[in-house]
Design a protein around this ligand. Structure first.
Ligand code: E4P
Length: 216
């Protein structure tokens, strides 16, 4: 399973990239706005640091604007994936950009049918938002199960990019279903690294070694 980081924070991107954990990055207008500064510089820097796919989102809601922005965003690097919303204009832009060799991530997907339509439009990725479904009392993870079954039934090449992840168990569940990608907020990836028994075990090893009063 591929791991993307869901952030525009350069420090977090460098930190996890240095551990060899990142296959890509997803951003959105809210994440860009949270970091402040000049978004162009941030996008330029992210695409320099990360070799894998970097999703950069259009802010236009009209087809022609999406195409224009998509082409501009793609200039940040060959690894840029243009992110468009799951709307009629978004799907039209997805079809066009994909036909031009510009890969697309269709975002804000909340139903199996939306995922099916995004795949038909030629999307490289679909992004179902599971945490936001959980937030409104629906079972986000069952959406991933449904999409996986549909894509497998018809051999769609579109990858399921599980988004809006809130905690480490979401990752375990997505991996068990066989989703292709999870995109994680840095805080979730931090939690996945940790286990109290690792900390206790290390503390014990070090204090036992000290008793030897020897070097390595
Ligand atoms: C996906 O690409 C989105 O950026 C993201 O996962 C949204 O998550 P949120 O519901 O935590 O904002």
């Amino acid at each position: 399973m591929k791991i993307f980081l869901d952030t525009a924070n350069l420090e977090a991107i460098r930190k996890f990239n240095d551990m060899g954990l990142l296959d890509g990055i997803t951003t959105n207008p809210s994440l860009m706005s949270k970091e402040g500064g000049d978004p162009k510089k941030v996008m330029e820097e992210i695409t320099k640091i990360i070799k894998g796919d970097v999703s950069l989102e259009v802010v236009s809601t009209q087809y022609s604007g999406m195409i224009e922005e998509g082409k501009r965003l793609r200039q940040y690097g060959e690894n840029v994936i243009v992110k468009v919303p799951m709307t009629p204009d978004g799907l039209k832009a997805c079809k066009y950009l994909s036909s031009q060799g510009i890969p697309v991530n269709v975002t804000l997907v909340f139903s199996p049918n939306q995922a099916l339509l995004a795949a038909k439009s030629g999307a490289k990725y679909v992004s179902p938002f599971i945490g936001r479904l959980d937030d409104v009392g629906q079972d986000g993870m069952s959406l991933i199960q449904d999409i996986k079954k549909i894509f497998d039934n018809y051999n769609f090449g579109t990858q399921i990019l599980v988004a809006s992840i809130r905690h480490p168990m979401h990752v375990v569940e997505a991996a068990k279903i066989g989703a292709h990608v999870v995109t994680l907020p840095p805080a979730v990836l931090d939690k996945m690294l940790q286990h109290p028994l690792t900390d206790i075990g290390l503390e014990n090893f070090l204090s036992d070694w000290k008793k030897l009063k020897a070097g390595i």
